[in-house]
Design a protein around this ligand. Structure first.
Ligand SMILES: [Fe+2]
Ligand SMILES: [Fe+2]
Length: 187
């Protein structure tokens, strides 16, 4: 049966929610690995933001009468499969950064499309506002770790590697989206 517009909306927010929760999971991993208290404080604030973002999308799903969909093939799972187990903090921070950049780009595209309802726009704006700080501090921290290792070029190298994977993952997700919406029923 073709998917209805409402089902599609619930699925879209479920993918956003899934990405936010997997982002939080990656931050938990980083918290276990870092020794520096200032970095741990930033990670804690960042983690609080991502879990709140996941809740905002969950709440939005509930508001439109849905339930969050369990996903096994979201953005972060696909990216993680390609990235494997990152070797060190520079890699882990760069992987986080690429996922953050993708979140900002996707949320901005959803805002720019003009398709979002007013309550959804509010959520898109609320989450986007935080993502800019996330990108800024994660980028600075990745650079600081690479500098400390005496290899500042590692950041650009890792980012290029993960951005190439991100492009592949997004191509897969957009194909899937195109197939789902091809025969979509009006709400
Ligand atoms: Fe987020
Ligand atoms: Fe974020």
């Amino acid at each position: 049966m073709p998917m209805s517009a409402l089902e599609h909306e619930i699925l879209t927010y479920s993918y956003y929610r899934d990405a936010e929760q997997h982002g939080a999971n990656l931050l938990f991993l980083l918290l276990r690995l870092v020794d520096d208290g200032k970095v741990a404080a930033n990670l804690s604030r960042h983690l609080a933001d991502e879990t709140r973002h996941a809740w905002l999308w969950t709440e939005r799903i509930l508001e439109i009468g849905g339930e969050p969909q369990k996903l096994n093939d979201g953005y972060q799972v696909r990216l993680g499969k390609r990235a494997g187990r990152p070797r060190n903090l520079v890699d882990l921070f760069c992987l986080t950064l690429v996922a953050e950049e993708r979140a900002v780009a996707e949320y901005q595209a959803a805002l720019d499309s003009g398709d979002a309802s007013e309550p959804t726009r509010k959520v898109l704006e609320a989450v986007s506002k935080d993502e800019h700080w996330h990108i800024q501090w994660i980028q600075a921290q990745a650079a600081a770790y690479a500098e400390a290792e005496g290899d500042p070029g590692r950041v650009a190298e890792a980012l290029a590697r993960y951005r190439a994977m991100d492009i592949e993952v997004m191509a897969e997700l957009r194909n899937m989206e195109a197939e789902l919406t091809a025969e979509m029923q009006p709400r």
